[in-house]
Design a protein around this ligand. Structure first.
Ligand code: CA
Length: 309
């Protein structure tokens, strides 16, 4: 029952049961994203993990070595997850009927998940429980995912990601592997901007959470691969959606195990939560997906490129 208790706490602590008011800036990008399932080779090496910490949960900087591995070039998409579900009939956690929980709001007796909302004067919550929210309908508005096949799949709990990984014959990266891959040998920028000040990732420009200016072309999730890859050939390690890692975290207010998520999302803003950096990390209840958490996988068993020839 830990999951449902956590969900209730999440909803109660965040007073998250009102109507959504999504940011409404126009999206200007026409990028349609990537449809492949490519993986890229991440050569092993050493790096300074936790470099340039900005929050208490980050750092201290320490040198860490990782072996080489293959990594998905982009976040797992709705189309990819749909193929998994079609092949296995897997039912995600957000789709499962919750057990009765005394004192819970009635809507929390129905399958659903957490969805971001813009706070209002009479409801300052940033999250709400959306009945019916799941990967096929990320915000629970029956809008579905039609036309968004190349968007990253969201509303994925940790065990959902593990189930997909088992089916795909891959695994989730641990935090060190993920952070090493995100840095790609470069010193991280404090904000993903190029020299001209143009955003190089899908994050939040403007005053969070009141107004997303969408300077990067998107005010929500973006199709995968719309921003330039890093030096390893990996897209969207920073921004778009947070990504699950296999690393366990610790959070005092969590009623169930939490895992480390990395990379920040379209909701990370310089004006509030600058977690669009490789060192940034958050601790997420493993039983709770949201509309800004997805994942990508690695393959540590596939031989490196030189031995495949
Ligand atoms: Ca954006």
């Amino acid at each position: 029952m830990a999951r449902w208790l956590a969900l209730l706490l999440a909803c109660a602590l965040l007073a998250a049961c009102g109507e959504a008011e999504a940011p409404d800036a126009p999206e200007t990008s026409t990028c349609t994203g990537l449809a492949d399932d490519a993986m890229v080779w991440v050569p092993g090496g050493s790096f300074t993990m936790g470099e340039d910490p900005s929050y208490p949960e980050e750092g201290p900087p320490r040198v860490v070595s990782v072996e080489g591995f293959w990594m998905d070039a982009h976040e797992v998409t709705n189309a990819q997850f749909a193929a998994f579900v079609a092949a296995t009939s897997y039912v995600t956690m957000a789709e499962r009927t919750p057990p009765a929980l005394p004192g819970a709001p009635p809507e929390m007796a129905q399958p659903g998940s957490a969805v971001f909302r813009v706070p209002t004067p009479d409801n300052r919550a940033w999250w709400r429980w959306a009945v019916g929210a799941q990967w096929r309908d990320p915000v629970g508005d029956k809008g579905g995912i039609g036309g968004r096949e190349r968007h990253p799949v969201v509303q994925i709990a940790y065990e959902d990601a593990l189930a997909y990984a088992r089916w795909a014959g891959k695994e989730l990266p641990d935090e060190a592997q993920w952070e090493y891959a995100a840095r790609a040998g470069a010193r991280a920028l404090p904000e993903p901007l190029d020299a001209a000040g143009k955003p190089q990732a899908n994050y939040y420009q403007g005053v969070f959470p009141a107004k997303d200016l969408g300077t990067d072309g998107f005010t929500g999730r973006a199709p995968v691969g719309c921003f330039a890859a890093n030096a390893f050939g990996l897209h969207d390690m920073i921004g778009n959606v947070w990504e699950w890692t296999s690393t366990a975290g610790a959070r005092a207010d969590a009623a169930e195990p939490v895992g480390v998520i990395k990379g920040g999302s379209f909701l990370c803003a310089a004006s509030y939560c600058a977690r669009y950096r490789p060192a940034a990390r958050q601790f997420q209840e493993r039983g709770l997906g949201t509309d800004h958490i997805g994942f990508r996988l690695i393959d540590t068993r596939r031989p490196p490129p030189s031995s495949e020839d």
